[in-house]
Design a protein around this ligand. Structure first.
Ligand SMILES: NC(=O)C1=CN([C@@H]2O[C@H](COP(=O)(O)OP(=O)(O)OC[C@H]3O[C@@H](n4cnc5c(N)ncnc54)[C@H](OP(=O)(O)O)[C@@H]3O)[C@@H](O)[C@H]2O)C=CC1
Ligand SMILES: N[C@@H](CC=O)C(=O)O
Ligand code: NA
Length: 914
């Protein structure tokens, strides 16, 4: 008989278990059908023993007289194919917002090569709001609902006129006018009653989807493809839940789908999103974002191969792209990850959308209708992710999200430990005021429970807790109910976190390095989520810090350069030439976010273009403002690590280091003012540096790019004892005395040193010996001496009358003193000696000296050339033969290079590979 052969065993029947069920047939002897409850067996046969017995077990039973009808029904039902041949698409309101967009959607679905397609559409954008507004106006007895209804009519009429012609247009308009008339009558009833029931409201608002589905199906038919449209109220049956949501009744929906399909057989179905029906056939909706849910349910009912949710973003981002510029689109997410991300407000599906498809392992793909080249994000089982063990720790976290405007409530007291029911009491009180607990944390000591609630609910929560625990508070069993306002939650989500050691360490490390304090921690037992509570003001920075740690190069550093003078500008040029290499080879990503001088500054949100910063400073520069500059470098971009590089010689700029370090900004400088300024301030700075995760590097303050500070620190840190540091610390004075050999006048050689960029901005800082004294102080303090600059006797080479002149006048009048200098030089030469300006740190006797001395021509100090510095460390280990560092100790390139080295040292402290 035809029945047996026409029913393919691959078809499944009204039952939601995932595998196709086998069909048992008994050809020629069909007397009744039995669907055994709770068994996946659809029995067709004449088993007389079953007839009339246990009828409550049978969903379908029939006598022989109705056999023909039932056979026909069964045949029709069996013809609803299920499985991977179905592709489900869902288009939201913006996707069908205009006639062009509806046409575009039509083109997309026609092009989909799947064997069978079911397309779920939302109402045209804004239409659902317009429909709710109609209800609002009508029940407020506002006559304007009639005009508003006309606008709804007009919108759909003009869209239809744009898209359709002939009979298609006429049919659509006839239905539209009829619907509008019905709505008019219904709204009139609402107007008179001054009230709309929920089902009336649902009936009215659902029209947007009815019209868009009809429009789209007519558009698809225009292209010659057979297409049915489905009013999903005929199919989707849902039950309301106590939480104002709805639960699909899959069994009944499946029955109705089979029935619907038997009358509308088609491989292309356009279905309404959002709307459904109750078991009593009362129109209802799937609530906000319900169209996604519709698509997922239809996907499950058809056991589809894929559900594609079309939207206006490229997919699911690793973090909110409005907060993290460098957020990336995630290629794949597991169902659980999507779940976690959506809870934290990421632009993912509502968790309920995932439930139906998860059951059948149906992937959901989120795609951008406005960017078809973007592959989108696929949400599927983790099994499809490849070998997780091959992937680095960094890939174990998929995304990050924050929730702001929270308060932490901390209930604390010794009387809580080991007392069953305390948590129940606490959360019972919270529930009584209707507050939503977003995170809970309790350490096993049980002395405190801490939880986060929305800030706006915390007042009520506190009052409820104080009242509930009045007695315990009075008795001291609970010591306090503390509220910490202005908090945010930061969550890291990733399924592989569960099996990857080191993820939380990396996360906490990133936060520590960005100087962000964690106030509370919680981790879901699934380990898919680590949640931390941070200060509200740190929320975005924390998000950027962790995101960049897992997604960007390990060491992306935002830099602010102060003082684009000789050294600063040279540094910027070196950075320009080297950043690409650093990024490529060492994964170090350096971005200059701002440059400021004393008058103008240049700020950028994404990074200054170092090829044209000089021009940009002129054309786009603004008035310099150090506070604004700091705020910009620290806060206005997506990079968590920040460093300010001070290339000035300014004490005022240096006075900010402490505050910058305190705020988590690393400081790098060739400026000697901070380390040679008042000892108290120096100590404060160094103490803070040692206590925090922020770094302060100043290698170029002594010997420019030569490794002086780092050598000294290395000796000290490895336990050597410094006895004496002696040397030529001034590049300028070295150059001058190396070149003042009788051919040129002293003033000429000073000018050469200045022109070569060896001198301080004011050359008298060098000639007066102050610059050398500062270096001596820096090294002395580094060696543990508590010296002030004023403790060092300095032999100045600046003639007394020129001390208070301007730098220009000084240079101008210097030739007057050339004779005196020639005399001094000749006197030295006569005894086979040369003049050298030296500095000494006498650690043993706790003093420093700075003076002009004579050295025999054979002495190493007499062998220098150019701007060479030479520094001899006499230590316990290097007692007989001092450790000597020698080389050019001034000049733009070497000094900028020294500063650059400090920047790379910072990068390596932040985790850059060596
Ligand atoms: N030259 C060398 O060989 C070495 C130099 N150094 C140190 O490097 C530093 C820079 O020297 P150099 O480049 O020669 O000096 P320059 O005079 O060439 O540059 C100084 C820069 O600092 C800026 N500046 C000054 N005051 C302020 C302020 N209050 N706020 C913002 N910017 C300010 C100036 O900007 P504007 O023009 O707008 O006023 C200028 O851009 C000095 O501390 C020096 O000791 C260290 C080792 C070696
Ligand atoms: N002016 C200084 C520059 C380095 O600190 C010098 O001459 O050494
Ligand atoms: Na140095």
């Amino acid at each position: 008989m035809a029945f047996a052969s026409s029913v393919s065993p691959s078809y499944s029947f009204p039952n939601l278990s995932s595998k196709p069920r086998k069909i048992l047939t008994a050809p020629n002897k069909i007397h009744h059908f039995t669907l055994l409850q709770n068994t996946p067996i659809f029995r067709i046969g004449c088993d007389s023993k079953l007839r009339g017995r246990n009828s409550s077990n049978y969903n379908i039973s029939a006598s022989a007289t109705t056999t023909d009808t039932l056979i026909n029904e069964a045949l029709e039902k069996a013809q609803l194919p299920k499985g991977g041949t179905w592709s489900i698409h869902k288009f939201g309101g913006t996707c069908v917002g205009t006639s062009e967009r509806i046409q575009n959607v039509g083109d997309i679905v026609v092009k989909d090569e799947s064997e069978r397609k079911l397309v779920v559409v939302s109402a045209m954008s804004k239409v659902t709001d317009m429909m709710y507004d109609l209800i609002f106006r009508a029940q407020s007895r506002d006559d304007s609902y009639i005009i508003a209804l006309d606008a709804v009519l007009e919108k759909h009429k003009s869209t239809a006129i744009d898209l359709l012609q002939g009979d298609d247009l006429a049919n659509f308009l006839t239905r539209l006018h009829k619907d509008i008339n019905d709505l008019k009558a219904m709204l009139r009833a609402i107007y008179v009653a001054g009230h709309a029931t929920e089902s009336f409201t649902d009936f009215v608002v659902g029209h947007g989807e009815l019209w868009s589905a009809q429009l789209l199906s007519a558009v698809v038919r225009k292209s010659g493809i057979e297409c049915s449209w489905m009013d999903t109220r005929d199919v989707l049956v849902v039950n309301p839940t106590s939480t104002n949501q709805v639960d699909p009744d899959y069994l009944e929906s499946n029955n109705r789908l089979e029935k619907w399909y038997s009358k509308n057989k088609s491989d292309m179905i356009i279905a309404t999103g959002f709307i459904a029906t109750t078991p009593q056939n009362i129109p209802t909706t799937l609530k906000r974002d319900g169209s996604d849910f519709s698509a997922a349910i239809m996907g499950a009912l058809l056991e589809a191969g894929q559900v594609t949710i079309w939207t206006d973003v490229d997919g699911v981002y690793s973090a909110d792209p409005r907060k993290v510029n460098e957020a990336v689109i995630l290629e794949k997410l597991s169902y659980q990850e999507a779940w976690e991300m959506s809870y934290f407000g990421a632009n993912v599906l509502h968790p309920r959308t995932i439930i139906p498809v998860m059951k059948y392992d149906i992937p959901i793909v989120i795609r951008n209708i406005f960017n078809l080249s973007a592959p989108g994000t696929m949400i599927c089982q983790t099994g499809d992710f490849g070998n997780v063990d091959d992937q680095p720790v960094g890939s174990s976290v998929k995304g990050f999200a924050t929730i702001d405007n929270l308060a932490l409530v901390n209930v604390e007291g010794t009387g809580m430990a080991g007392v069953p029911g305390t948590a129940n009491e606490i959360f019972g009180a919270v529930k009584d005021v209707g507050a939503n607990v977003i995170m809970i944390s309790q350490a096993s000591s049980e002395h405190s429970v801490c939880f986060a609630v929305p800030e706006k609910e915390v007042k009520a929560v506190r009052a409820a807790l104080e009242s509930r625990f009045r007695q315990a508070l009075d008795a001291g069993r609970i010591s306090q109910i503390a509220i910490i306002p202005n908090c945010s939650i930061l969550a890291a989500v990733g399924q592989k976190m569960a099996s990857t050691p080191g993820v939380s360490a990396t996360l906490f490390n990133a936060l520590a390095k960005a100087n962000i304090n964690i106030r509370a921690i919680a981790q879901g037992c699934s380990e898919y989520n680590i949640t931390v509570v941070v200060k509200r003001e740190d929320s975005i920075r924390a998000l950027r810090a962790v995101h960049s740690r897992f997604y960007l190069s390990r060491t992306t550093i935002a830099m602010g350069i102060i003082g684009p003078g000789l050294i600063g500008a040279t540094l910027l040029d070196q950075l320009r030439d080297q950043t690409a290499v650093l990024k490529e080879k060492f994964n170090i990503d350096l971005r200059v976010m701002g440059i400021t001088g004393s008058k103008t500054m240049l700020l950028s949100d994404t990074g200054v273009d170092l090829a044209i910063w000089r021009d940009d400073q002129k054309t786009k520069g603004e008035k310099a403002d150090l506070q604004k500059f700091e705020n910009h470098i620290r806060g206005n971009h997506f990079i968590p690590n920040t460093v300010i590089v001070d290339c000035t010689a300014d004490s005022y700029v240096a006075s900010h280091y402490h505050e910058w370090l305190r705020r988590g900004i690393h400081v790098i400088t060739p400026n000697k003012k901070a380390n040679s300024g008042p000892f108290e301030q120096y100590l404060k700075l160094r103490t803070l540096q040692r206590q925090s995760y922020t770094h302060y590097f100043y290698e170029a303050t002594v010997g420019a790019g030569l490794p002086i500070i780092s050598t000294l620190q290395g000796l000290l840190e490895t336990g050597d004892k410094i006895l004496r540091i002696e040397g030529i610390f001034s590049g300028t004075l070295s150059y001058i005395f190396n070149n003042f050999a009788g051919e040129r006048a002293f003033s000429e050689v000073v000018k050469e040193a200045k022109d070569a960029g060896y001198t301080e901005p004011d050359p008298r800082d060098d000639l007066s010996g102050t610059d050398v004294a500062r270096k001596v102080i820096i090294l002395a303090r580094e060696s543990g001496l508590k010296l002030e600059l004023s403790d060092i006797p300095i032999q100045s080479l600046v003639p007394e009358p020129l001390k208070d002149r301007s730098p220009e006048e000084y240079m101008h009048q210097l030739p007057q003193y050339d004779q005196d200098w020639s005399k001094q030089r000749q006197e030295a030469e006569a005894t086979g000696e040369v003049l050298r300006y030296v500095g000494v740190v006498d650690v043993v006797n706790k003093k420093g000296t700075v003076e002009l001395r004579r050295y025999k021509k054979e002495h190493p100090f007499a062998q220098l050339s150019g701007s060479d510095n030479i520094i001899a460390f006499s230590t316990q280990r290097y007692e007989k033969q001092p450790l000597i560092v020698r080389g050019p100790g001034a000049g733009a390139e070497v000094t900028a290079g020294g500063v650059f080295c400090d920047i790379l040292r910072l990068a390596s402290y932040l985790g850059a590979p060596s």
